[in-house]
Each structure stands twice: as C-alpha cells, then as structure tokens.
Design a protein around this ligand. Structure first.
Ligand code: MG
Length: 315
C-alpha cells in the first residue's frame, strides 16, 4: 500500500482485464489507460489466473464467455486462492440472464457490467472497485500489525515464520529465529505503572526495527515477548545482531524511571544449513534457550545451531 495521497477522482491502480476479445481489451486499454490506470491484459482464463497471482492487480475485469476455461471457473479459482481471493472482480459479460448474474455474485464478483458497456459508467464502477480494494488492503494490513509497537503481530508471525522457513529449506539457506523477552517486566509494571511498561515495550520494539535488515521480520508475540525472524542468517550470526539489541536496550535511560535500567533475555535457534525441523520445533528450541538465558541470570543471548552438521560436531 502506498502512502501517497489519493483523491477520489484520480484513483490510481492496476487493472487486470481477462477477456478473449482483442477489441474489448484494446478499448479498455485506450480509455482507462489514459487516466492513470495501468492495464494488464490476459487473453484467457489460465493466463489470467497466472497474471493475477504474479502481478497482484488491484481490480480484475473478467469476461464470462471465453473458450476453454470460462469466467465462472476463473472466478471460482481466484476466490479459492488465498493470494487472489481479496482482489475485487467485476464481471464483464454479454451473458445477461439473471441466473448468470446471480451465479457470478454468488461466486464472489462485486459487480456485473453488461456488454456492450457504457464507458463512463464502467470507469465509475472501476473507480469504486479500486476504492474498495484500497480499503480491503488497509484492513488486512491493520489486522497484522500490533497497535502498541507498530511491529507485526502474532497472527502475522504464525504464518510468516512457516513461510520463511519453507523458503529457506527450498533454497537450502540458513535461517534463525530469536525470541526476545524483557527481564522482570512485571515488576516494571507493578512499580512504575502500566504506561511506563508500555513505554518500555515500545522502546524495545523500536530497537528491534533499528537493528533489523530489510529482510528480517520483527513481531510482537504477545505481552513482553517479541520474535525476530532472521532469513539467510546462521544462528551464530544472529547472535551478533541480538547482542547489539541487548546492549542497546541495557544502555537506554527511561524518563519515567531513570534509576531503573531495563534488560532482555534472548534465545536463538536456527540452522546454518539443511534442517528438516518444523517451524514449531525450532520455535520450541528457541523458547527453551530463552528459559536457559533467564535461568542463567538474564540479560544474555543463548543460541543453538540445529543443522545436522552442527549438531554432529557438538556431539
Ligand atoms: Mg468473450
């Protein structure tokens, strides 16, 4: 989602047209293309589905009668796929029986435009669909953001950690997971009040972002616990990054309680190569190490490399 201001009469966006008729595609390209809308074209269902997945358009204009896979089948597959299910689809069709319209709406189309269409009306409907698309994106993003820190929340983490791990296995790349927990956080809340506790949570959240690379994923797992997904990072390299976070936090002075320093404990588990462990197993290992860090006196980083080679060396 871009942050640029958009006024309602000059909505920008990417529109995917899936229609076997070259004249319809040409007409739409000419008439929508000259008002800030980028037109992507697909000549049949399979090409359209591929383009929808790969190019993530904001809105799809879908013809119903196409040779081979018809628009109903395309619509069903678009809606069944998590990556395309939220893209608003406007059906564009010469079929005009009420049954066709009902079927299209039942499958999840948001609008039905009969051919031949009036271009002014079509433009207005496309703009309205673009505004809807923008709202849907905003809602789905907000649903994955932690309100206090602005980091990703646990719902995002649960999905993302599995995805990142799967990606690292596929490409045989290292990956690490750090669990970061504030030390004696309950006593900060009890002694200085919850607003002070919130400030500490926000402070650690900001540090995680500051010490993250673009590819890292920082999340608030819940309460005073955070997770940092470190793609392309062996556990030993993750230690250096986490030590910087631990040290920076320990040096911070807090306006509400300048006399009281705040520290954190960190457990890192991951694999420098070739792990077959599941997302849950690595998470559990990191959690155990966090516990060890707490038992060992807190304010420290403990890590393990779970790759078969590293485990063999460690005996
Ligand atoms: Mg057609």
């Amino acid at each position: 989602m871009t942050t640029e201001t958009k006024c309602t009469n000059s909505v920008t966006g990417r529109i995917l047209v899936i229609d076997d008729s070259i004249s319809v595609r040409r007409l739409l390209k000419a008439r929508l293309g000259n008002e800030g809308l980028e037109l992507l074209e697909a000549i049949d269902g399979p090409t359209g589905l591929k383009a929808a997945k790969e190019q993530s358009p904001d809105v799809i204009l879908l013809d119903l009668s196409m040779p081979g896979m018809d628009g109903f089948q395309v619509l069903r597959q678009l809606k069944d796929d998590e990556s395309t299910g939220n893209i608003p689809v406007l059906v564009l069709s010469g079929m005009q029986t009420p049954q066709d319209k009902v079927a299209a709406f039942d499958l999840g189309a948001i609008d039905f435009i009969s051919k031949p269409f009036d271009l002014t009306e079509l433009r207005a409907r496309v703009r309205s669909a673009l505004r809807l698309s923008e709202l849907l994106q905003m809602l789905s993003q907000r649903a994955q953001i932690d309100g206090l820190t602005g980091l990703y929340n646990r719902a995002h983490y649960d999905r993302r950690w599995s995805e990142e791990l799967a990606g690292s296995k596929r490409h045989d790349r290292p990956i690490s997971l750090a669990i970061i927990d504030l030390d004696h956080f309950k006593s900060v809340n009890d002694t200085f009040g919850h607003p002070a506790g919130d400030t500490v949570i926000k402070g650690l959240g900001a540090l995680l972002l500051e010490h993250s690379r673009e590819s890292d994923v920082a999340c608030r797992y819940g309460g005073e616990e955070f997770v940092l997904i470190l793609p392309d990072t062996a556990p030993a390299d993750g230690v250096a990054q986490c030590e910087r976070i631990r040290e920076a936090l320990g040096k911070m002075t807090w306006a509400r309680h300048p006399e009281r320093k705040i520290t954190c404990s960190i457990g890192i588990a991951g694999a420098s190569a070739g792990t077959t462990l599941s997302a849950a197993e690595i998470m559990e290992a990191a959690d155990k190490l966090l516990y060890q860090a707490k038992q060992g006196g807190r304010n420290r980083v403990v890590h393990v490399d779970l790759s078969p080679d590293a485990l063999a060396k460690a005996g």
